[in-house]
Design a protein around this ligand. Structure first.
Ligand SMILES: Nc1ncnc2c1ncn2[C@@H]1O[C@H](COP(=O)(O)OP(=O)(O)OP(=O)(O)O)[C@@H](O)[C@H]1O
Ligand SMILES: [Mg+2]
Length: 340
């Protein structure tokens, strides 16, 4: 069902991502070692990744909230359990791995344990392509981030049957995480492919909504569909949110958009005051470094060091909220007007 709020996990349920799937299928088919899947929030990265995995042997791991080593292994165990159907024959007779009905237990410390790396080595020995997807990896902090980077570098250099896919919504931070240009990074100098997940153009966004409503036997006025697309652009996560709300009986577009803006606002409120003020300035139409500086200084009655403003703007770019003084998502622009 298109209007399901959870990420899609099968190619059948995925609307119009054939090119992205082909890109990944081709790369995995060639045995490429490292792929980055990039795109702003709610654009459909996870859905593409999970659906892609339907045809490959591999593990999908969501790295959001992983802080300690125990978290990492918990997620690994969940990832293995999710793909157990395909992976069972690979996992038999590996020390430290136990298959319990529908779950996989990973013993990662003590006697007869196995490390993440050890497991990848075992899987690599089976001489079939194995895909390891790490989603939202850019949020990891030291020391776990270093551990994961070393793992990826090791797989890159030594495990010829493993393809690693990294994904994240904070594009600049993900590039920093990989650190291809940073000689201090374990991944320095490694070649990789990029897949940038784009928004749907207007006609496809409208078609998406039409199909979503049709699946639920609802006929919705073209005017409403067009207004929703004008508001939410081709960001599929918001289109699903709109469709779901409408189906659930909320017929006022303004009300639906209000809830979406509030969701975005909750995220933006986690930024420091400089970040919030810069976003507010841009939302109110400032579109250059110097006018933003004046805006913030006037609002706050305090001078801002040049370097500090530049750093703040760069950070907002790395978080994929803005680019060239413009919002990448219209909902975040609306939310930013409400910042204080
Ligand atoms: N191609 C698609 N067809 C149908 N629904 C989709 C498609 N892509 C994404 N969706 C839906 O849009 C929403 C957001 O998708 P998803 O979680 O995959 O995006 P994301 O880029 O991983 O988001 P986030 O940055 O929040 O992790 C979900 O409800 C998902 O079901
Ligand atoms: Mg995601």
């Amino acid at each position: 069902m298109l209007f399901d709020l959870r990420p899609k996990s099968s190619r059948r349920d995925l609307f119009n991502r054939e090119l992205e799937l082909k890109f990944l299928d081709d790369a995995a088919g060639r045995g490429d070692p490292l792929i980055l899947v990039l795109g702003i929030r709610r654009i459909g990265k996870t859905s593409i990744l999970r659906s892609f995995l339907e045809n490959w042997n591999g593990i999908y791991i969501d790295m959001r909230g992983v802080v300690r080593t125990a978290d990492l292994y918990e997620r690994l165990s969940e990832g293995l359990s999710d793909s157990l159907g395909r992976l069972k024959r690979f996992l038999k007779n590996i020390r430290g791995i136990r298959i319990l009905d529908v779950e996989v237990e990973v013993k990662w410390r003590g006697r007869d344990s196995i490390s993440f790396l050890g497991l990848l080595e075992e899987l690599n020995r089976r001489r079939e392509r194995i895909i390891m997807i790490l989603d939202e990896v850019q949020g990891l902090r030291p020391p776990i981030s270093m551990e994961v980077k070393s793992l990826i570098a090791y797989a890159y250099d030594n495990l010829e049957n493993v393809t690693v896919i990294l994904s994240g919504s904070e594009i600049g931070l993900l590039r920093n995480f990989v650190g291809i240009d940073n000689s201090a990074s374990p991944l320095y100098g490694r070649y990789h492919l990029d897949l940038m997940v784009k928004r749907f153009p207007k006609d496809l966004s409208m078609e998406f909504l039409r199909q979503g409503f049709k699946e639920l036997n609802m006929s919705v006025d073209e005017g409403i569909i067009e207004n929703a697309v004008n508001l939410f652009d081709g960001i599929v996560g918001w289109l699903v949110f709109f469709g779901r709300s409408y189906v659930d009986g909320v017929r006022d577009l303004k009300q639906i958009s209000n809830v979406a803006v509030q969701m975005a606002l909750n995220e933006l409120n986690k930024l420091d005051w400089k970040g919030r003020m810069v976003l507010k300035a841009i939302a109110e139409g400032e579109n250059s470094w110097s006018t933003i500086r004046r805006y913030v200084e006037e609002k706050r009655g305090i001078t801002i060091p040049k370097s500090s403003l530049t750093r703040t703007i760069r950070k907002l770019e790395k978080l994929s909220i803005i680019e060239n003084y413009r919002f990448l998502d219209p909902v975040y622009r609306e939310a930013s007007k409400r910042l204080r």
